[in-house]
Ligand binder design. Structure first.
Ligand code: GRF
Length: 200
């Protein structure tokens, strides 16, 4: 049965666009996945314009959430959007805000995130920079279910990225994003097909 997914994104939107390309425009991915809407908490975030251009039929919505004081209202309106679009899954693609424990507990194994490091290393913001500055020889990308603990939910899939001596911060970022675009659609397909521990 098709699963409706809502994408939450705050910024550039390369992962959101990659998922839309695969599941909606080119339809090279699983027909299990329907992208119902994209929601950004940032007004004017590039992701909104990109979605509108690439896939005018997918609603690209702005729902403000800048400071913690706005979280309750954001989550309550987001629940409205989830009901409206009968969303089965919430896909975080560069969503830079924390969802409350209360919200997350309503959607166990239904919220999926991508993080640009090999968790549990380099949790939180600026994970690519932290790995580069630490001097690790390998970093990567992790796709995981979201729990109340930040960047710590059950891991669905990981991809290793080698850091070469010749790498700069920019070249490493490019490698990590390339790995993200490779594994995120596959990880989502696998999880939604029920091949990974979840509660479909
Ligand atoms: C990605 O590196 C993702 O792993 C992290 O935020 C970044 C979003 O990039 N959570 P984009 O907006 O998808 O280009």
């Amino acid at each position: 049965m098709q699963k409706n997914c809502i994408i939450l994104a705050s910024g550039n939107g390369s992962n959101a666009l990659n998922l839309i390309n695969r599941f909606y425009i080119n339809k090279t991915g699983s027909s299990l996945i329907n992208i119902s809407a994209v929601v950004s908490n940032i007004e004017g975030a590039p992701v909104i314009d990109k979605v509108k251009k690439a896939a005018p039929d997918i609603p690209a919505l702005f729902l403000p959430y800048a400071s913690v004081s706005e979280r309750e209202r954001f989550e309550s309106e987001l629940e409205g959007i989830i009901k409206k679009y009968k969303a089965d899954y919430i896909i975080l693609a560069g969503f830079m805000k924390i969802l409350s424990e209360e919200f997350v507990s309503k959607f166990p194994y239904k919220i999926i995130n991508i993080h640009p490091s090999l968790l549990p290393a380099f949790k939180g913001r600026d994970a690519i920079k932290k790995a580069f500055e630490y001097g690790v020889k390998y970093t990567g990308v992790t796709v995981h279910y979201v729990t109340h603990e930040i960047d710590a939910g059950p891991i669905i899939c990981q991809e290793i990225v080698k850091i070469d001596d010749s790498d700069t911060m920019e070249s490493l970022e490019a490698k990590v994003h390339k790995a993200e675009h490779k594994i995120y659609p596959v990880a989502i397909e696998t999880a939604l097909a029920g091949a990974i521990r979840n509660i479909n």
